[in-house]
Design a binder for this molecule. Structure first.
Ligand code: GDP
Length: 309
């Protein structure tokens, strides 16, 4: 995401000094916004999203109030900030308040909250399940991990290892004698039997691409287990592909949130900027490393601040 920050703030500064140098007219604002749009496209933001974004900023920036103000560039940067926050699903008027992992998930006040995690193979789903379990445990919300990926035997072992690392129980069944729906149902029962569990995390199967078979399996879990929330884990490095897979999963499952992994890598960051605008699903967490502490709650206002530098 460093690339996104650099390109965006560089281009915005260039555009603003251009605006401050000349006479501020509709034409100079539009020229400045071209730079901003270019920065968004370079970050791999979808074309429509970038175009609508700069259109909204331009409309506000050519208003009387800004044209007559002493420091038009400052006002325009303010507008860009507000629009960035709104683009990512935030409220630019609310005061920044960091929220807990439990709040981002929507953990209920009482009883067991069931969180279904899905995503394509390699996106970082199983790792993210471990990260969430670790964070919840730390905050006093005892989690239970459920190994519902019966496709790959290695997936069950991987989750067991993660569970051991973070000291969280993992519910498993023999894949030869079970189904994904059964494992999830029995996992929830196990959580209720234990009594102290607050959050059940279902680690479902992934595939290499979005396919009907996968969607059928996930829909069956969704219908028969009735999770309280469903999150998609997507790889930020895949840019617009991550956004497109979120669209497809959302149509099948009505997602409650997205986790974008590998934000520590060489991503251009466009997925983080456009996923809410394109899919309507909010970004809840970002993965910031391979280790189990590499997880951050996503806050649109904080992200907008970082983008503007
Ligand atoms: P799954 O197939 O979706 O369950 O993916 P895994 O959880 O097995 O992760 C696939 C690879 O991505 C592993 O090598 C993880 O260590 C790596 N990974 C997951 N999340 C992150 C992240 O936030 N940052 C980085 N750099 N690597 C990650």
């Amino acid at each position: 995401s460093a690339a996104l920050f650099e390109s965006f703030s560089e281009r915005l500064q260039k555009a603003m000094s251009f605006i401050d140098r000349g006479r501020l007219t509709e034409a100079t604002v539009r020229e400045g916004m071209k730079q901003v749009r270019q920065a968004l496209l370079e970050a791999d933001v979808a074309y429509d999203v970038a175009r609508d974004f700069t259109k909204r900023v331009s409309e506000q920036a050519v208003g009387d109030r800004v044209l007559k103000s002493l420091k038009p560039s400052e006002q325009i940067v303010g507008i860009v900030y507000r629009e960035l926050v709104a683009l990512m699903g935030g409220d630019p008027d609310s005061e920044f308040q960091p929220s807990s992992v439990a709040a981002q998930i929507g953990v209920k006040r009482d009883g067991v909250t069931v969180l279904m995690m899905c995503g394509l193979q390699g996106a970082g789903k199983t790792t993210t399940c471990g990260k969430l379990a670790r964070a919840l445990k730390k905050d006093g919300f005892a989690p239970l991990l459920v190994a519902a990926d019966l496709q790959r035997p290695a997936a069950i072992e991987q989750l067991k290892t993660l569970g051991e690392q973070v000291g969280v129980p993992v519910y498993t069944e023999d894949p030869a004698n079970s189904t994904p729906v059964k494992v999830c149902q029995n996992g929830v029962k196990e959580a209720q039997r234990r009594g102290d569990v607050r959050v059940v995390i279902l680690d479902t199967a992934g595939r290499l691409g979005v396919d009907e078979d996968l969607m059928r399996e996930l829909s069956a879990i969704d219908r028969k287990v009735g999770p309280d929330a469903a999150f998609l884990v997507a790889d930020a490095m895949t840019g617009q592909d991550a956004v497109n897979s979120a669209k497809a999963f959302n149509e099948a499952l009505e997602l409650d949130g997205v986790v974008l992994t590998k934000m520590d890598g060489d991503t251009r960051g466009g997925a983080a900027l456009s996923i809410k605008a394109v899919t309507g699903v909010p970004l809840k967490f970002v993965g910031t490393g391979e280790t189990l502490d590499g997880l951050e709650a996503f806050h649109p206002d904080r992200m907008a601040g970082r983008i503007l530098g």
